[in-house]
Design a protein around this ligand. Structure first.
Ligand code: NAP
Length: 517
């Protein structure tokens, strides 16, 4: 068993209190311990501000891009080792682990490319200069500069690699040092990534700090130039938004929270056709990939009433092929959920959904996992529910079950009806519409979009080349309104705005030009 240390003020440090134990969710065997008690978070933030910030700000975007590319290469060189750790500490199948780790590597590469476009500058002009007076002398313009604080990143348990990298890539490119904290329960992968980055000396001093374990009093020491980017449960997001620093410094906070993502099958889809096949494939992938522990996973499945029976049969057939077990065994396609707490929460969540829906596939009973013992490990079968008459306010529209669970619901085949039902989720990260009927797609997309950060449109012409809705892409924004946290990340250079200050400058045009080049 290893001890995970934190990396603060240029050194690996251990807490001195009672340690938390991280386990292998397939076997419940302990794999690591962590403690942050007694760690000097105030000093760590000051060091990052005073040493890491200046080191990054003196680099151009292009140089930061080279650094981000070197981070990607360093992680890639340890890919197999990281995949093994994700199997042991996250219960990931090999394919789940690759989704997380390759996602981290790919996002870093994408931001290294954004850096190339931004070039040798270290700050960004914003738009054209505007003449403010009658003469052509008085002008105004805008400029983006890196904030002179620390980007504090707090991540969820489900993507220890991607969560770290997708936030760090953007903050470091903007010129802010990062202090990153993964969720405690699955911190082994993030810990190894930070070790690799420090050992490979790809980052300047102070640019990256790491907290293994609980946040302790970290957030009490956040200052007015710092930012906080959080990913996790909605209620934790509310707590952090209402915290001391957030109140005292009007802290800039980004929240990526939970979401009841929907998938809509259009009225034109033939139940036996390839479009429905694409839809079924996406639903089953989202239910089982990472054992359903994806913030972007499809939770609500809307099907025209006359196609429900056919779609349910197809979903049940595909779910019947899922092989549940310890992912270290060949052939396993779905591992356990990450923790005992998760298992309890998923079971309780299914019971809640059953208040308005019926289980039509799977159950909450213990399963006999491949390569394991029944009753040992945090295993669960996929559970599909059917809610015959969904109404706004039903648990299916208000309660996220963060596991291999989805609910099928009928709608009357019109865009208006399904948009109303999708909106009942209170705002989401991503939803998807599968149809070749242009009028239906237009009406549905325009009605659903204001409630989401991203929409994917599946069509027959895209079969074989579409990307699954659950996959977050660095080029497109990620986040969503309402219960999804009202945050926004990524989206190419759009993501930089969170880590930079836009300032309006007004004065003599020639002087402004000499400052901004
Ligand atoms: P969580 O319990 O809210 O924890 C998230 C992170 O917050 C962890 O690092 C946790 O640390 C930390 N934390 C909890 N309380 C804190 C406090 N008072 N002060 C500072 N930090 C605190 O969420 P989770 O169980 O890890 O993740 C599952 C949830 O995340 C799901 O609801 C899912 O939908 C959502 N999620 C959203 C996205 C997205 O991009 N929108 C992505 C992934 C997951 P400890 O682990 O040390 O307690």
């Amino acid at each position: 068993m290893i001890e995970l240390k934190s990396y603060l003020q240029n050194a690996w440090v251990s807490g001195n209190g009672k340690a938390a134990t991280l386990v292998n969710p397939s076997t419940e065997e302990p794999v690591a311990t962590v403690s942050t008690e007694g760690l000097d978070f105030k000093g760590a933030l000051r060091f990052a501000r005073e040493v890491g910030g200046p080191n990054l700000r003196k680099m151009s975007f292009a140089q930061r891009g080279e650094m981000i590319m070197a981070m990607s290469k360093a992680i890639h060189a340890h890919r197999d080792e990281l995949i093994k750790l994700a199997l042991e500490n996250g219960g990931n199948t090999r394919s789940d682990a690759k989704f997380d780790i390759d996602g981290a590597i790919g996002t870093l590469v994408a931001y290294a490319d954004v850096a190339k476009e931004l070039g040798d500058k270290s700050y960004l002009p914003d738009g054209e200069a505007i003449q403010l007076g009658r003469s052509a002398r008085l002008f105004g313009t805008h400029v983006w500069l890196a904030r002179e604080g620390v980007a504090v990143h707090i991540n969820a348990f489900n993507f220890p690699a991607w969560g770290l990298a997708e936030k760090a890539a953007v903050a470091l490119l903007a010129g802010m040092p990062v202090l990153t904290k993964p969720a405690t329960s699955t911190a082994v992968v993030a810990h190894r990534i930070v070790q690799v980055l420090i050992e490979s000396k790809v980052l300047p001093e102070g640019a990256l700090s790491f907290v293994a374990g609980s946040a302790g009093d970290l957030l009490d020491h956040i200052g007015p130039q710092d930012v906080l980017a959080f990913t996790g449960g909605g209620s934790t997001g509310v707590t952090l938004r209402g915290g001391k620093a957030a109140r005292e410094h009007s802290l800039r906070v980004n929240v990526e929270a939970d979401s009841l993502n929907a998938a809509v099958l259009g009225p034109d889809a033939d139940v036996d056709g390839e479009l429905t096949n694409l839809f079924i494939g996406d639903v089953v992938r989202d239910m089982t990939q990472k054992t359903g522990q994806k913030c972007t996973a499809i939770r609500r499945v809307y099907v025209p009433a006359d196609k429900v029976d056919g779609v349910l049969e197809k979903l049940k057939e595909r779910l019947g092929d899922v092989k549940i077990g310890d992912p270290s065994n060949e052939g396993v396609t779905m591992g356990p959920v990450a923790t005992k707490q998760q298992l309890d929460d998923v079971r309780a969540g299914i019971a809640k959904l059953a208040g308005c829906a019926t289980i039509v596939f799977g159950s909450t009973d213990p399963v006999a996992p491949i390569g394991g013992t029944k009753g040992k490990g945090f295993f669960l079968s996929p559970v599909l529910l059917y809610c015959a008459s969904p109404k706004a306010g039903d648990p299916v529209h208000t309660h996220e079950v963060f596991g291999p669970v989805a609910t099928v619901m009928p709608y009357d085949g019109t865009a208006k009806d399904v948009a109303r039902l999708v909106a009942a989720g209170g705002g989401g990260l991503v939803s998807s519409v599968y149809s070749d009927d242009k009028a239906f797609v237009k009406e549905a997309v325009l009605a659903i979009a204001p409630f989401h950060g991203r929409l994917t449109i599946g069509s027959s012409k895209l079969v074989g080349q579409s990307l699954p809705p659950g996959m977050v892409l660095p080029q497109l924004v990620h986040g969503g309104p309402g219960r999804a946290g009202s945050g926004e990340e990524l989206g190419g250079r759009r993501g930089l705005a969170f880590y930079m200050q836009r300032t309006a400058l007004q004065g003599d045009r020639a002087l402004l030009e000499s400052i901004l080049g």
